[in-house]
Design a protein around this ligand. Structure first.
Ligand code: NAD
Length: 323
């Protein structure tokens, strides 16, 4: 099974359904990546912060060695962590991440969050996480998003990334980037599901020719395993009456309904699961369409409920007021 693709403003084609790698444990990651490729996924969505890029690289190398796929058929995505926003840190950390993946270019490299933190040497702690001391100290870097974007453009010029993009940007940050970008962001990766539909931001990105990737398509489900309070109290999307009714109507699973709702709008999705049968199920989300009535019902489910924000992870840190 293969995913359809979407053309990026960089000229490259990106699969609309990829495989997410957050919270994939180190001991299962190489096998998970291998199995995802075997199931037909070609886009792998990683990040320094996920702490499993070495194992991702092992899975990719094994899949290539076994003849499942060629490097050029894969679309490997990774992200720049905040402690590496200083201009002279961008290229060295990208090279390290490429070495972990055992590849010599990323298909897409994203700024993970538009917030620069002070550099933490990888020999001290890797991945560095949010806190300077690995515990609770916040140290900002003075580097601006404009400076970091310039260094990201340098990665394209050096052939280390084919396309570059941003994540967790809101409208103003995006507008700002577009003012100075010599290379425009190819994609915007944001949390997006029926409880957080991001209608205006999607409209803006589309208008500017930027493809949106929706992460956490199943809403609270991915955050319950982090014991997050607002995820535990939210009604699970896959058990929502409206979603279940659509699943029955189209003879699909609730997960497929949630993924199709996004891809039908031209958004890319990156679900994750460790189970091969569910990998296949999630990739198989293109051969039907939601109708107008379905889309109207989902539109009414908007709650402006965001799970992936720093204040949810660190409730005691009242400094984290962004995103
Ligand atoms: P997810 O899409 O992986 O879903 C959450 C949970 O749903 C998974 O743990 C899985 O067990 C379960 N699930 C998956 N398919 C299912 C199915 N068909 N039926 C029942 N349960 C199913 O959510 P996520 O991890 O929040 O996000 C997906 C990916 O998005 C991540 O792996 C990561 O690559 C990316 N992401 C990026 C950011 C960012 O800041 N840029 C933040 C969060 C996630």
């Amino acid at each position: 099974m293969a995913s359809p693709t979407v053309k990026l403003n960089s000229g490259y084609d990106m699969p609309l359904c990829g495989f997410g790698l957050w919270k994939v444990s180190n001991d299962t990651c190489a096998d998970t990546v291998y199995n995802a490729i075997k199931a037909g996924y070609r886009l792998l969505d990683g990040a320094c912060d996920y702490g499993n890029e070495k194992e991702c690289g092992e899975g990719v190398a094994r899949a290539i060695k076994d003849g499942l796929v060629k490097r050029e058929e894969l679309f490997i995505v990774s992200k720049l962590w905040q402690t590496f926003h200083d201009v002279d840190r961008v290229e060295p950390i990208t090279r390290r991440q490429l070495a972990d993946w055992q590849v010599d270019y990323f298909d897409l490299f994203l700024i993970h969050f538009p917030v620069a933190l002070e550099y933490v040497d990888p020999s001290v702690r890797y991945p560095p996480g949010w806190h300077y001391d690995g515990d609770k100290e916040i140290r900002w870097s003075k580097t601006t998003n404009q400076e970091t974007w310039g260094a990201m453009e340098g990665l394209v010029e050096k052939g280390l990334a084919r396309s570059i993009g941003v994540s967790n940007y809101q409208a103003q940050t995006l507008y700002d980037t577009l003012k100075y970008a010599k290379i425009r962001p190819a994609t915007l990766q944001i949390e997006l599901h029926p409880y957080l539909q991001q209608v205006e931001l999607v409209k803006l990105a589309k208008h500017e020719g930027i493809v949106v990737t929706a992460y956490s398509s199943f809403g609270p489900t991915g955050f319950i395993e982090l014991d997050m309070d607002n995820a535990k109290t939210a009604a699970p999307l896959m058990e929502h009456d409206a979603i279940k009714a659509m699943a029955a109507k189209h003879n699909k699973t609730p997960a497929q309904i949630l993924l199709r709702w996004a891809t039908q709008q031209g958004l890319a999705v990156i679900p994750k699961t460790g189970r091969p049968a569910v990998m296949l199920q999630n990739l198989d989300c293109f051969n039907f369409d939601l109708d107008e009535e379905d889309n109207k019902r989902i539109a009414k489910m908007e709650l402006n409920l965001k799970f992936n924000k720093p204040t949810n992870y660190f409730p005691a840190d009242n400094l984290w007021i962004f995103g």
